[in-house]
Design a protein around this ligand. Structure first.
Ligand code: ARG
Ligand code: ASP
Length: 728
């Protein structure tokens, strides 16, 4: 009895320590909430049950959350399919509807009736219908002797079979995903809607207020939201765009809370975080902080400078490149924050300490020694071996394939292969027509001078860090006068004009007509004399032959070692509740409205407001322009019911563990009502993708009251509010 009592007391002490130490860390799996998190969440203020959040038996909060366009999250806020997400998630769609005359990106867009909602080909939203743990089915036929390749094939086969079986006779889709590095597998049954229309977006100066200067920064004053509507067929089922489609009636939509928000209030974020790597070893973190992040930062810095110069001098270029620029700069800054943050929390050292404990734990037991004694040394060696190939991969992805001319010129490869092997005349004709069509659309938007300037920088980066990607002959020319050589790549016939493509075709026709009446064959393929084509294809081939296979081989080995390490850590830390790394599946994070101290002399409160926004105004800085209408509302204090203490709340921060992909996620209060839309993190907090520090990691959200204020007072689209259920 006493022993039991003592043991449970000890257990409780551990519990308390645990919950304190890991207060708000974790991206939890919806189907396990009742098992692992419900009690903890309720003790922190949640007024709902786990079943209210995720249920397979009745409508629950999860039915109001969607994955938006593949990379973001959105939430349903009316019974008529109205959807709220971030401005930066809908940005490329707003851009696609914009011209210099009707610049919705710059000035905003508001459909004043249903017929003005704009369709977006290719945009989809996906609901989670349900999920199941299928680990035993998937891992059923594995043995410990298998190679990684054999293992992969068996898992693939079992997954495919399950994916088929689970959705037979429905319009749903199913996908098996790995968790804990491949120690567990869950299946996701989803429903995807394809008619998603733009309803409203504020002007850029609200939706991206503060721009890149404020991006990843708290305090923040960005109205980063946009509105869409899901349409369905007459049976409320997904359908391709049709004027006959009707607004989708969701199983669930969020109530919106306009009630007071206080520091310490319980919050949760429900969304689709993309990728975290919480269980890496010190070797991997070191490589990330010291090599990978700095390399990406330096490549992007130069790319952005080239783009910015061109955008500043031409409004059309600005419109064309805005969305792309924002995407590049976003992660440029993220990598900086991440490496700084990881240094600040001594991530490498903390991982080393954990590894030391791990070594002791292994050595304390003979069985463990057999299983795990070589694990860490092997991981260390493999990461060392991996380093140059990883660098090559980064260079290839960041410095080579990001050059537009590379993508373009590469698109001729298929034509070239066909010609080399010989192709029927009719087939070739079709291929040439396709190619000309693609080339026409590419050349229409192509910015040659931006691309050339970037090429000069980026190809030099490749020479500097990994000349092996280039081949010998090119190396010599590049080393002699790289600018001259790179410039000559751009005076190629392929980039010059469409006529030359067509002319080339005719030439082939004429030359080969008598020799081969039905088929056309060119020994050297297409573009044998085209400098750019030669350059791009040799570099690509060289990468594919010498860098990529080694990268993949070592990456697979690392995956396997990391899987074993993750499992071993779970065996070692039995007192710790593990959550799987983010993998673009639906997760719930919870925490509270909470400020933080970035250093000893500064402490931030968790709220921002309109007065501060106005104080940041700078008409001469494009990132800090305040639209006239917003200023007018401010001057007249025309805040309606959105006023709080004489101003309007704009953004707030909370300690919910989030990452890229969580943008647009609903931020909910203890009752499950919507209080904001997640859109960012503080800079220090981005390190949480690798190591979460509860004192530093904060997610940033647009306060729902600012969103309503902008829709109602700024845009005059109050009719949209009438669809919503707003609790005051
Ligand atoms: N940093 C946020 C995220 O990763 C917001 C990005 C959008 N804003 C921007 N200026 N690019 O998506
Ligand atoms: N802004 C990110 C997104 O687009 C969210 C984040 O990284 O915190 O998903």
């Amino acid at each position: 009895m006493t022993e039991f009592f003592l043991r449970s007391l000890l257990f409780c002490v551990l519990c308390v320590k645990l919950t304190v130490a890991f207060a708000d860390e974790g991206m939890w799996v919806p189907m396990f909430l009742s098992k692992y998190n419900e009690a903890d969440m309720q003790s922190k203020g949640l007024k709902l049950s786990a079943e209210d959040i995720y249920s397979v038996n009745h409508a629950s909060l999860k039915d109001a959350v969607v994955q938006f366009g593949g990379g973001c999250t959105g939430e349903l806020i009316s019974a008529q399919g109205l959807l709220l997400t971030n401005h930066h998630c809908g940005r490329s769609r707003v851009q696609s509807h914009s011209t210099l005359e009707n610049n919705y990106l710059e000035n905003g867009y508001w459909a004043m009736k249903r017929s003005e909602e704009l369709s977006n080909p290719g945009l989809t939203v996906t609901f989670l219908v349900r999920m199941e743990d299928v680990t035993s089915e998937v891992l059923n036929n594995l043995t410990s002797e298998m190679t990684e390749a054999e293992r992969y094939l068996i898992i693939e086969k079992a997954s495919k079979a399950l994916e088929k079986k689970m959705v037979e006779g429905t319009h749903y889709e199913a996908k098996v995903k790995e968790f804990f590095g491949g120690n567990e597998y869950y299946i996701f049954i989803t429903e995807t809607f394809k008619d998603v229309r733009l309803v409203g977006a504020p002007p850029y100066s609200i939706g991206n207020f503060g721009g890149d200067t404020d991006n990843w920064i708290w305090p923040r004053h960005t109205g980063d939201f946009s509105l869409f509507r899901i349409y369905a067929d007459s049976l409320n089922r997904p359908a391709e765009y049709s004027p006959d489609n009707v607004p989708y009636k969701p199983k669930k939509h969020f109530e919106i809370s306009m009630r007071e928000l206080k520091e310490g209030d319980f919050t949760m974020v429900f969304g689709f975080p993309g990728r975290t790597q919480e269980y890496l070893t010190s070797f991997a973190v070191k490589q990330l902080v010291e090599e990978e992040d700095p390399l990406k930062i330096s490549i992007r810095e130069k790319r952005l400078a080239v783009m910015e110069k061109a955008m500043d001098s031409d409004p059309q270029v600005k419109l064309n490149l805005t969305s792309k620029y924002a995407g590049i700069s976003n992660y440029y800054k993220k990598y900086m924050g991440e490496s700084r943050g990881l240094k600040k929390v001594n991530a490498v050292q903390k991982k080393q300490e954990l590894e030391k404990r791990f070594g002791e734990w292994v050595n304390a037991d003979e069985n463990r020694k057999v299983k795990y004694a070589n694990l860490l040394p092997e991981l260390e060696n493999t990461y060392n071996e991996f380093a140059p190939y990883n660098q090559g991969m980064v260079l290839y992805n960041e410095a080579f394939t990001t050059l537009d001319f590379v993508t373009y010129v590469n698109s001729f490869a298929k034509l070239s292969e066909l010609l080399k092997s010989g192709v029927k005349r009719e087939v070739l004709k079709v291929e040439v027509e396709k190619q000309v069509k693609y080339a026409r659309s590419f050349l229409k938007n192509y910015n040659r001078s931006v691309d050339l300037e970037s090429a000069k920088n980026q190809i030099k980066d490749i020479i500097k860090y990994m000349p092996e990607i280039l081949t010998g002959k090119q190396n010599k020319k590049l080393n002699k006068d790289s600018n001259k050589y790179i410039t000559s790549l751009f005076s190629t016939s392929l980039l010059d004009s469409l006529e030359s493509i067509a002319a080339l075709y005719e030439l082939i026709e004429r030359r080969t007509h008598y020799l081969y009446p039905d088929t056309i064959k060119l020994e050297n393929g297409f573009g044998a004399n085209d400098l750019a084509f030669q350059f791009v294809s040799t570099v690509t081939q060289n990468f594919k032959e010498n860098i990529y296979p080694n990268y993949v081989k070592l990456d697979i080995k690392l995956d396997s070692l990391n899987r074993i390490y993750t499992q071993a850590l779970r065996e070692m830390q039995t007192d710790k509740l593990f959550y799987p790394d983010a993998n673009s599946t639906l997760r719930l994070s919870y925490g509270k409205v909470e400020g933080y101290a970035p250093n000893d002399s500064v402490t931030y409160i968790p709220f921002s407001n309109l007065d501060e926004l106005i104080a940041k105004e700078n008409p001469n800085d494009k990132e800090f322009v305040v639209p006239a209408k917003l200023k007018e509302l401010y001057q007249k204090k025309d805040y309606g019911e959105y006023a709080v203490n004489g101003t309007v709340p704009v953004c707030f921060i909370a300690s919910n563990h989030t990452t890229g992909g969580n943008s647009g996620s609903p931020v909910l209060n203890a009752q499950g009502q919507l209080i904001g839309t997640n859109f960012d993190r503080n800079w220090e907090g981005t390190a949480a993708d690798v190591m979460y520090d509860p004192t530093q990691a904060r997610n940033i959200s647009v306060d729902i009251r600012y969103t309503l204020f902008i829709i109602d007072k700024f845009a005059g689209a109050k009719y949209l509010l009438d669809e919503m259920k707003i609790v005051k």
